[in-house]
Every structure is written in structure tokens, then in C-alpha cells.
Design a protein around this ligand. Sequence first.
Ligand code: SF4
Ligand code: SF4
Length: 471
Amino acid sequence: MYDPKSPKAEEFISHEEILKTLDYAEQNKNNVELIDQIITKARELKGLTHREASVLLACDIPEKINELYDLAEEIKKKFYGTRIVMFAPLYLSNYCVNGCTYCPYHLKNKHIARKKLTQEELAREVIALQDMGHKRLALEAGEDPVNNPIEYILECIDTIYSIKHKNGAIRRVNVNIAATTVENYRKLKAAGIGTYILFQETYHKESYESLHPTGPKHDYAYHTEAMDRAMEGGIDDVGIGVLFGLERYKYEFAGLLMHAEHLEAVHGVGPHTISVPRIKSADDIDPNAFSNGIDDETFAKLCALIRVCVPYTGMIVSTRESQSVREKVIRLGVSQISGGSRTSVGGYEEEVRPTDTEQFDVSDQRTLDEVVHWLMDLGYIPSFCTACYREGRTGDRFMSLCKSGQIQNCCQPNALMTLKEYLMDYASEETRKVGEALIAAELNNIPKEKVRQICEDHLEKIEAGIRDFRF
Ligand code: SF4
Ligand code: SF4
């Protein structure tokens, strides 16, 4: 039976409720009166339920889809302005005991090189990332209790935070590791992580079990209930996502929103971020072997809908997507992107992108400087801000600041100050020129006069060599 407050995966992600939702959506996909009501509700920025959202997803009336896109853009501008937060993935180890059929790190892949960074190798990776200008990382590691135990992950986090190279520093470490125990989540929290990220892959239990035939990840309930354990362990910023292409996207979309509703109902705070990866080719993985792939237009519609349904949740798109797809979905709601990514273990310290241990083929292969320049040319402010969790603005405290709009007084100046640091320390001359002009113009968009003055003062100090100011 469907119950968003239940602690049981099969009750808060109820298969029957999803089927009923899809049926309801199909029946109402041309019900213009209902669609208008849903869009009107979405305009109030209170979000939409999985049923309402599924009707919009099923609807293919061109004018209504255009209205949806316009609204997504409007909401994006209202809450996120033109800022785009930058991050990079850092692969620690590709040892894995699971049998995921869509990932080249699965246990049965005997020809892929297996690698786990030593602390010395990790330090070199971190220095390479700092030298690019990154401040925010997402750690990635396969599940392997022998090679990658929690102690190894914790040691890596310590190493990363301890490295101060020139003006560089990694200021926020998000962690994407396998579902684990409350006790281990407590340890991650104590180590100072930002967001704990875990993709559901698919919400469809039967498909989940066949896509994960072996290893601890086979346990659907343990995996699906991981965010509840993370929150019990004190991590109040969690990032969810599905891997689009594994199951029917309408099913996944309803499940994703039900998961967000569950977290809100039980813990009083929804997901901090939602990621929208699509299956890509890699080593022994052929995306064409999966019959549920979605085209770029459907992908864009999903991004717009997520923006409209959960206006306060950050949305992440990685370098799995091409430059042109990223350009489109940034406009429709994506708030965080990776840049200059290498998806292999130890890839950053190599001059030429290594592909032997890549988890997926990178579509957007530009350097971070190129991505930063491109964003600014499009009118966006690349932001290296990591302020919130360092200021204790997490979980419901963060959400209430978001909902009241007060966070804007932090995001805009923080974006300008961290961009200024990037320009001073890492940018090419051309990028610096464009960035300085952008900062001068965007200072006027800081809503509070007092905050603007402090920001201007900090910008001067950054010019003089002082670093790490934040609101
Ligand atoms: S998706 Fe994660 S758990 Fe599955 S094989 Fe890849 S690294 Fe291992
Ligand atoms: S101030 Fe907080 S919400 Fe805004 S960009 Fe920085 S970390 Fe994100």
C-alpha cells in the first residue's frame, strides 16, 4: 500500500501507485482544463505532486509544452539567477563487487584495469584539480569492502581537505559511494562532507533486481532506503537521481518525485540535488543494448519538469551530456555542472585524458577554462561557491532560506567573489577579460546595498591576494 511516510521502500515507492499515476496521466494528457490548473499551481512555486507532474510529462500539446518551458526558465531565473555552480568528479577506486549491467566497473569485467589511488596519488589528483581552479568535488568509488572500506574513503576526505597548494583549496567534498549503514553515514558527516549522493538507477524493483544481478547492491530495499539512513546519521543534504535509459522514463520520473515527497514527509526536507544522468557508452557497455534510452527533447522536458516540480532543489548535469544539450538544459533549470572532468581513476594528473579506466565516455571534453568562458559568453556566472555547508546552512535551514528567497543575498556575491578568485588564479587572459567585465556588470544585481558594498570591498581584497571570503 502506498504511504509516503512509510520507512519501507516498497511502500513509499509503491509500484501500484506509479502504475495508477501513469494511467491517470495517460487519461488526462489532453485534458487542457486540468493541465492549465496544474500549470497555474506550479506558478505559485509550491511544487507539484508526482501525479500532477506526470500529467504534464504525458502531455504533448505543443503550446502547453512551451508554457512549461517558459515557466521552467522563469523559475530558474527567479531562484538561481544566472549563476551556475561548478564541480568536478574525482574517482578514487574502480574496484567493485557489484554486477551492475550498465557500468564497466562491474565485477565480471576482467579486462578493465583496476586501480585504487594511494594517498600520494590522490594528493597529485587534488593538486591537479586545484590547479584547474576547482573548489568542489564529488568523490566516486565502487563498492568493495576490502579495497574501498569506509576507512579508506574517510582517509581520502581528510587528505583532500588538508591539501593547500598555492591559492588552491577543495572546500566542499560531496560523496557518491554505495548505500551503507547509519554508523558509516555518521562517520561521513563527521568527516565534513557536503552532500551524500546516491543514484537510485531505477525505481522499478523488478528491473532493478535484474540490472543488479549480483553483489550487495542487488538488495532494492537497502539501496532505496539509503537516504533515510543517511539522514538518520545526520547528513541532511542528500542528492538523488536515476540513470535514464534503464527503465521507462515516465515510470522513473514518478518514482523520483515520490522519493522526494517521501524525504520531505519523513524528514521535513527534500533532496538537496537531483541528478539526471543518461546511459553512455564505456568499456564493455553499449547504451544501444538498453531499450529505454531517451532523446534530447525528452531529456529537456524532464529537466524543465523537475525545475517546475521541485523549484528549490538543485539540478545537476555532468559531462555525460554534450555542449549543446548542456546549453539547453541550463536554460531550463540545471543549476550545477561539472567541467574539465576526467572519469577515470587517476585521470587528472595525466597530460592526455586516459580512457583505460573511464566509467563513461565524456561527451563534453572541454577544459574548465573553456567551459567557464562559454558560460560567461552565454550570460551565466560560473560560481565556485561552497559557502552554505561551511556556514552551517544545510537541510531545513537551507531550504527555508531558499524558500524565502533570502539565499539570493548570499549566492550572487559569493558567485562573483569565487569567480574573481578563479580569474585571478587560474583563468586564461581572454577568460579573465570577459570575467572582469561580467563581475562589474553583475555587481548591480546584488539586491542589498550593504551586501554590495561588502562584496566590492572583498573583491578588492581578492585582487590584493587575500582569499576565501563568503556570505
Ligand atoms: S555503478 Fe557503482 S556499484 Fe555498480 S558496478 Fe559501477 S561502481 Fe560498482
Ligand atoms: S550561497 Fe549556498 S546556495 Fe548559494 S551558491 Fe553558495 S553554496 Fe550554493
